[in-house]
Design a protein around this ligand. Structure first.
Ligand SMILES: [Zn+2]
Length: 383
């Protein structure tokens, strides 16, 4: 039986360009590309290999130039798991120079079983969210707030019933579908808030776990996808995506049921950045000013983070960035529509200068974010 390469599962991505089995002593070499699918830029990949019979594997990323962050993957550690072990990081990849002078990147997996799964970063799919939800269902209730272009259900969770004078917090993740660190942070935040009656009862917590739900399910990175980036679709010229329309309607509903204080949109940066940060100013063409609270909020979040997983700075000066995308982001729209704080948070796929992040690290950041938000609400409410 030969090696089987597959992506026919939620979030699957990867184009197999060639498999070389060699003899029993050699690793199986699989050359693959991160598929751009509906986007002008690739990044996400997640595929399975079967029929390995325990042989070592070398996985070669063949199109690094087409990924967000570009061709230098020298510092990047991907993730893999075998049927009997949880996700873990690879080592850094080896550079392979092609006869034509290009560089491709080889990730070595010395230990496999019959099968192995390999991904750019820790996957987070609807089933992962549902597993967490089953543990927090006493605290958080789920509702469908619309459907996607391909007929998937857009979900939102929220805590408790109507208490209109409580401060309101609204979070979104996966406006860009491949940015799974944001999901693990949200996962940690929801679990922590559910376990802490003090936090849970102090605010109205609402969250949309997957905005670009089609791209999440179909394994697209989802940055600037056809026909329009969802996080540039909140323009006053009109909401250009049904997903944005569902979120915008829901944010308006939320704002009537609480004292809306803060909106947070969770993202991840380019592939090799080893920093977590709030980008200042925002890249919005239609909103030129960042929320004045962005820097203090970012500093507060940094201070809540345990030393070991803390990033070296809280925010990043992005004033030199030229946005390639027209249109208004969700944060820009919230600022204009409700005149409240709205922040984007970028969480590294990799780690900080010292450690490579694990799923537990991301969830721990969610706990720090929950404490930061609660503190922010207390400060705002006491004014
Ligand atoms: Zn993003």
């Amino acid at each position: 039986m030969g090696i089987k390469f597959s992506t026919d599962f939620p979030g699957g991505n990867g184009l197999c360009l060639g498999i070389r089995e060699g003899d029993a002593q050699e690793p199986v070499a699989v050359r693959f590309a991160a598929e751009p699918k509906n986007c002008p830029i690739a990044l996400w990949f997640h595929f399975r290999l079967g029929g390995l019979d325990g042989r070592a594997v070398r996985l070669i990323l063949a199109n690094p130039e087409q990924t967000l962050g570009g061709s230098d993957w020298s510092e990047n550690k991907a993730v893999y798991r075998t049927p009997e072990r949880k996700w873990r990081r690879t080592e850094k990849p080896a550079a392979i120079t092609t006869p034509g002078g290009r560089t491709e990147w080889a990730f070595d997996l010395p230990e496999t079983q019959d099968a192995v799964e390999f991904a750019f970063c820790f996957p987070y799919q609807v089933n992962d969210f549902k597993a967490t939800l089953s543990q927090i269902a006493d605290s958080f209730h789920t509702e469908e707030i619309g459907i996607s272009p391909h007929g998937r259900r857009l979900l939102r969770v929220r805590n408790q019933g109507k208490v209109s004078d409580l401060p309101g917090v609204y979070l979104t993740a996966r406006h860009h579908a491949g940015e799974t660190p944001g999901s693990w942070v949200l996962d940690g935040l929801l679990g922590y808030v559910a376990r802490s009656p003090q936090l849970r009862d102090a605010a109205r917590w609402w969250a949309v776990p997957f905005v670009s739900i089609d791209d999440v399910g179909e394994g697209s990175y989802g940055k600037d996808p056809w026909p329009w980036d969802i996080n540039r679709a909140y323009s006053y010229a009109g909401l250009r995506r049904v997903e944005a329309r569902a979120v915008a309607s829901d944010v308006r509903r939320w704002a009537k049921e609480c004292k809306p204080l803060v909106y947070i949109d969770l993202h991840a940066p380019t592939h090799r950045e080893r920093q977590n940060y709030v980008p200042i100013p925002s890249a919005d063409e239609e909103v030129f000013e960042q929320s004045p609270g962005a820097k203090p909020f970012a500093e507060m979040y940094l201070a809540q983070m345990p030393e070991a997983i803390r990033s070296s700075s809280a925010w990043k000066d992005t004033s030199g960035w030229v946005t390639r995308y027209e249109g208004l982001s969700s944060c820009g729209w919230v600022r204009k529509e409700l005149n409240i704080d709205a922040f984007t948070i970028e969480t590294s796929y990799q780690g900080n200068e010292k450690v490579d992040y694990t799923i537990a690290n991301y969830q721990r950041m969610g706990r720090a974010l929950a404490e930061t938000i609660a503190q922010w609400c207390r400060n705002k409410s006491s004014r």
